[in-house]
Design a protein around this ligand. Structure first.
Ligand code: 13P
Length: 251
């Protein structure tokens, strides 16, 4: 039985004070609940230390939303995997569709980021997912296959074991149009088939695949009930403490 994860991607939202209030409130609510899923918050860089300080008290992980593909040195504006780890960060989102789209992150860049994360023992949450025209054209499986293969399949088995995948159809992100539980299950099962072909069934069975895209307190339960869905990567609903904790409870 795979452990579930619910990770909140705060994206580029909230003031420092709002971030502190949110993490405090989340921990206060989590404290009152019995939650079996691993809970992770992914605030913007400047709030990571705040989150790691609180995370020590509560039982949550902290993820970054990005990292540098480089190790260290003269890369102005970049934040390295080693820096993140030194602050107590445990996870890092890599390959989010917003970074692919707005920051032109291609397969080569994402491979370098995955390698950096693993080198420094950060768990990558590697995002894949097709855009609406790709789904409409029926090429969603090809798109996701290419993203998974190019981003991850250079890893050896031991390295791959440490990766979490998030399926986030781009048409469902921030739109209020979530994938149906069956659509999520279908793609998660397909990704697991790809992993089986490359690494074998045991590795595929052990790999966590999260769903992301307009997941909220009203639809999480039925999505998480699908056998191939191991929790969620939550955007908008993760910056509302009650709703986020409600989602965590449903995983
Ligand atoms: P929403 O939950 O706001 O659709 O965002 C999903 C997402 O992009 C998480 O990484």
């Amino acid at each position: 039985m795979r452990k579930k994860i619910v990770a909140g991607n705060w994206k580029m939202n909230l003031s420092f004070q709002d971030a502190e209030d949110l993490v405090e409130h989340i921990l206060e609510l989590l404290d009152k609940e019995t939650i079996t899923a691993e809970v992770i918050v992914c605030p913007p860089y400047p709030y990571l230390e705040l989150a790691t300080d609180y995370a020590e008290e509560g039982n949550i992980g902290v993820g970054a939303q990005n990292l540098s593909p480089f190790d260290a040195g003269a890369y102005t504006g970049e934040v390295s995997a080693a820096m993140l780890v030194s602050m107590g960060v445990t996870h890092c989102i890599i390959g989010h569709s917003e970074r692919r789209k707005y920051f032109n992150e291609d397969d080569k860049m994402l491979t370098a980021k995955v390698n950096q994360a693993l080198k420094h023992k950060l768990t990558p949450i590697f995002c894949v997912g097709e855009a609406l025209p790709e789904r409409q054209a029926g090429s969603h499986f090809d798109v996701v296959r290419s993203q998974v293969r190019h981003g991850l399949f250079h890893l050896d088995t031991d390295e791959f074991h440490k990766v979490v995948i998030a399926y986030e159809p781009v048409w469902a992100i921030g739109t209020g149009v979530t994938a149906t539980p069956d659509q999520a299950q279908e793609m998660h099962a397909y990704i697991r088939t790809l992993i089986t072909e490359r690494y074998g069934k045991d590795v595929a069975d052990a790999t966590l695949i999260l769903y992301g895209g307009s997941c909220n307190a009203a639809n999480a339960e039925e999505i998480f009930a699908k056998p191939g869905v191991d929790g969620g990567l939550i955007g908008g609903a993760s910056i509302k403490a009650e709703e986020f904790v409600s989602i965590c409870k449903q995983a």
